[in-house]
Design a protein around this ligand. Structure first.
Ligand code: SF4
Length: 395
């Protein structure tokens, strides 16, 4: 399959906006993608750096980049791997901006985190900007309900948003521990330990992925769709009445993943018709109706393990990023692994990290220069760390 990117996402990364996940254009002198020596150059630079460098590769990265990763994983696993390597002077993060920020927060001050292309942002993280979230919080305060609201942010958010959440008594979550994070959040308001969380006044403000928040609350915790409201930062009052905000148990931020949000119920129905007996396996960032119609739902790591354990000869339609689905199909030739959607769907910002950018970043490090360093200011880092540590301490 060819490399196709959604034109709208190619606009990401243009322009400098310090409040944005989008980053800026690469300042470097990149080698040409056609250079036949790129693989050798990357290997040579990495060998020259030895243990001084540790290369992290997210599961959605291209094959040409993944081959140089010391470890692969989802965003949370990679942040922990970075934190577990205090001796590595440089962490080269082949992923997107918010992941590199988390790595910077969790590593020592002496370590430097490098993102090979600063334009590798995340459209979902971009959908929650600190100013907007503060406006929302002011609105909840004016309504007199902010004290009952516990903010929870998905890992896929900027350090600013994680800092806001830490400052306001909340927690970070991943797609693997969202239910545990929400259980903890609702329990914060319980006057009587062990009381039914649904009876308490506590609400959650869930950022920035509406789908993960809704899917977890409704499918895993027994809340109804009516318990959830959708806060649109581009509308006055979030597009909600005061009463809707007062009545809600779950205030969902209007954000979504541009990749997982593409899968539709029609995709699920079509593949079931075409491939009798197929197992549908999707990520919880998919829309509610897709997740409800699927057979299995789980994080990237869950998807990988599920296919590892699948019976030879079984058929799987997978609703997640295409680089990963292609690698899974190649890793399981004894199983029928297909993409849930007919049209090609990579994460275009993840795909910005290509071999020329990696070669450039590694060669700069060999030359004694630190390119594209990602740093989070100490105050934001402190509060974001509080919210991350709260996640690590979840029961
Ligand atoms: S796959 Fe979705 S959530 Fe992940 S980096 Fe891309 S846009 Fe962001």
């Amino acid at each position: 399959m060819g490399h196709v990117t959604a034109p709208v996402l190619l606009l990401l990364g243009r322009g400098k906006d310090s409040n944005s996940e989008r980053g800026v254009d690469c300042p470097g002198d990149l080698p040409a993608p056609s250079d036949p020596g790129l693989v050798e150059r990357a290997a040579a630079a990495k060998a020259a750096l030895g243990d001084r460098v540790f290369v992290l590769g997210h599961h959605y990265q291209r094959d040409e980049v993944i081959q140089f990763a010391d470890v692969t994983g989802d965003s949370f696993k990679l942040a922990r791997e970075a934190a577990a390597r205090p001796d590595a002077e440089f962490i080269v993060f082949c992923g997107v901006h918010f992941m590199a920020e988390s790595a910077d927060i969790l590593t020592t001050d002496a370590q430097r985190v490098v993102l090979p292309d600063l334009a590798a942002g995340c459209s979902m993280a971009d959908m929650a900007v600190l100013e907007q979230v503060e406006q929302c919080w002011d609105l909840l305060s004016d309504l007199g309900i902010a004290d009952d609201v516990v903010p929870v942010t998905y890992m896929n958010s900027s350090a600013d948003i994680k800092g806001f959440v830490g400052r306001n008594g909340g927690v970070v979550c991943t797609s693997s521990n969202a239910k545990r994070a929400l259980d903890w959040a609702y329990a914060q308001g319980e006057k009587v330990p062990g009381a039914d969380a649904k009876q308490s006044a506590t609400k959650v403000l869930f950022l920035p992925d509406q789908h993960l928040g809704r899917n977890t609350a409704v499918l895993e915790m027994g809340y109804s769709l009516d318990d959830c409201v959708l806060y649109d930062p581009h509308k006055p009052n979030g597009g909600l009445t005061d009463q809707q905000l007062r009545d809600a148990k779950m205030i969902l931020w209007r954000g979504h993943c541009s990749v997982h949000g593409r899968f539709t119920l029609e995709n699920v129905q079509a593949v079931r018709q075409q491939v009798p007996g197929v197992n549908i396996l999707v990520h919880p960032e998919c829309r509610h109706e897709v997740v409800t119609a699927a057979d299995y739902v789980g994080s990237t790591e869950y998807i990988i393990k599920k296919l590892d354990a699948a019976e030879p000869g079984s058929a799987w339609a997978v609703g997640t990023e295409l680089n990963l689905v292609r690698r899974l199909a190649a890793a399981h030739p004894d199983k029928q692994v297909m993409f849930l959607e007919k049209t090609v769907c990579y994460c275009s910002t993840m795909n910005r990290i290509d071999l020329p950018h990696l070669v450039w970043a590694l060669e700069e490090l060999v030359a004694g220069r630190v390119p594209n360093q990602i740093t989070v200011d100490p105050d934001t880092a402190h509060h974001a760390r509080v919210a991350l540590d709260q996640m690590l301490a979840l029961p």
